[in-house]
Design a binder for this molecule. Structure first.
Ligand code: DX5
Ligand code: ZN
Length: 231
C-alpha cells in the first residue's frame, strides 16, 4: 500500500554562496526544487546569526512566485517578527515549540497573515508537546540535527520520531505535512522518506559541492522512488 505523499526538496540557502544567492537558488529550482528553505537565526535561540526579512524580500523579487519561501525562524520573540516576514514575501513560516511561550497565539498570527504555519521541534523535544496544535498547523518540521549550523550529521533517533508522527498524521482528519531538516544526504534520504517525511530540507547536499541542479535532481529521484516503493 503506497501513501499519497508528494515528495518535495527544499534546498536550504544557508549552504549557498550568499553573494550569488538568487543564481544558486535558481540552479536548485532547475533541478526540481519546489520550495526554498530560508534559515533565520538570531544568535540567542541558536548560537549563530544569519539573515532576516530584507534578504527574504530580495529573494522574493528574484525567484518565481510559484516557489514558496519556507522561512524557518530559529529566533526568540518570533511573534514580533511575523509581520515583517509576511511583508517580505514569506509563504511558509515555522516557529520552534521551544522558543514560543504562547505557541498557539504565534501560529494563529502566522495563519492570520494568510501563510502556511509550521511548528518545529528540536531533536530532544517529544512529539507529545505538539498534541494541542497539530490540528492547526500546515506542517511539522522535525529537526534531525540541533539547529544552528548546516553540514551536521543526521541524528538517527529522529527516524523513529518521524514514524510516530506519521502514525498520528494518518489518524487525524486535518492534514499536516511532515518536513525534516538537518543532515539529509543521498545516502539517507530514502529511509527518511520511508519513515514518513514529505518535505526534505537539504543544505550541504544541494549547495555543498558539485552542481546544485544535479544534486537536487538526484535527491528528488531517490526520495520519490523510496516513496513509490513503500509497502
Ligand atoms: C540548521 C538548519 C538547516 C541546515 C540544513 O539549523 O535549520 O536548515 O541548514 O543544512 P544541512 O542539510 O547541511 O544539514
Ligand atoms: Zn532549517
Amino acid at each position: 500500500m503506497s501513501n499519497n505523499h508528494v515528495i518535495q526538496i527544499a534546498p536550504s540557502i544557508l549552504s549557498a554562496d550568499f553573494a550569488r544567492l538568487a543564481a544558486s537558488a535558481k540552479e536548485a529550482i532547475e533541478g526540481g526544487a519546489t520550495l526554498l528553505h530560508v534559515d533565520v537565526m538570531d544568535g540567542h535561540f541558536v548560537p549563530n546569526i544569519t539573515i532576516g526579512p530584507p534578504v527574504v524580500a530580495s529573494l522574493r523579487k528574484a525567484i518565481s512566485s510559484d516557489i514558496p519561501l519556507d522561512c524557518h525562524l530559529m529566533i526568540e520573540n518570533a511573534d514580533e517578527y511575523i509581520p515583517a516576514f509576511a511583508d517580505a514575501g514569506a509563504d511558509w513560516i515555522s516557529v520552534h515549540q521551544e522558543a514560543c511561550v504562547h505557541l498557539h497565539r504565534v501560529l494563529q498570527h502566522i495563519k492570520g497573515h494568510g501563510l502556511k504555519a509550521g511548528v518545529v521541534i528540536n531533536p530532544a523535544t517529544p512529539i507529545g508537546t505538539l498534541t494541542e496544535v497539530l490540528d492547526m498547523v500546515d506542517y511539522v518540521l522535525v529537526m534531525s540535527v540541533n539547529p544552528g549550523f548546516g553540514g551536521q550529521k543526521f541524528i538517527p533517533s529522529c527516524l523513529e520520531k518521524i514514524r510516530k508522527l506519521a502514525a498520528i498524521q494518518s489518524t487525524l482528519r486535518t492534514g499536516f505535512k511532515i518536513e525534516v531538516d538537518g543532515g539529509i544526504t543521498l545516502e539517507n534520504i530514502a529511509e527518511i522518506v520511508r519513515a514518513g517525511a514529505e518535505v526534505i530540507v537539504a543544505g550541504s547536499a544541494v549547495f555543498g559541492s558539485g552542481d546544485p541542479r544535479k544534486n537536487t535532481e538526484r535527491l528528488l529521484k531517490t526520495g520519490r522512488e523510496a516513496n513509490l516503493l513503500q509497502v
